[in-house]
Write a protein that binds this ligand. Structure first.
Ligand code: DAT
Ligand code: MG
Length: 150
């Protein structure tokens, strides 16, 4: 099977609202493998780097302010199709349009408080993992692997 990695971040509102366990649980139970995890507060220049592609948007300053407003949980998750499936688990960008059963559909109301980030492509996952985890992923193999993959 072709394994991929994605970058997932629980934003400051997700941390404040006590959603860390619930969110990790959804990725874990699906069968994805946790390959990196850190609980950190980032500064403005780091947040601007993470969201560099959106620097021309009118909401950019507010977005950066929100991301640096408290600690976040940064994670690497691995699995077949984890980039696209991770986005499906997260739900649409605007929680008003996120389906029930998705993280944003279940736990968020406003687009500027949408609880979680997930990479939108294999290429942006690679860039985001390099930015947030310069030390690289944790190297381990889940012993349940043959029970999850055929
Ligand atoms: P996503 O987080 O679903 O990948 P994105 O990359 O387009 O969405 O934007 C990053 C974040 O910026 C998003 O989670 C919330 C915020 N955002 C996006 N579009 C917005 C808008 N029109 N108004 C306010 N905030 C917005
Ligand atoms: Mg995005």
């Amino acid at each position: 099977e072709k394994m991929e990695q994605t970058f997932i971040m629980i934003k400051p509102d997700g941390v404040q609202r006590g959603l860390v366990g619930e969110i990790i649980c959804r990725f874990e139970k699906k069968g994805f493998y946790l390959k990196g995890l850190k609980f950190i507060t980032v500064d403005q220049s780091f947040a601007e780097k993470h969201y560099a592609d959106l620097s021309a948007k009118p909401f950019f300053a507010g977005l950066v302010e929100y991301i640096i407003s408290g600690p976040v949980v940064a994670m690497i998750w691995e699995g077949k199709g984890v980039v696209a499936t991770g986005r499906t688990i997260i739900g649409a960008t605007n929680p008003a349009a996120s389906a029930p059963g998705t993280i944003r559909g279940d736990f968020a109301i406003d687009i500027g408080r949408n609880v979680i980030h997930g990479s939108d492509s294999v290429e942006s996952a690679r860039k985001e993992i390099a930015l947030w985890f310069p030390e690289g992923p944790v190297n381990w193999q889940n012993s349940l692997h043959p029970w999850i993959y055929e």
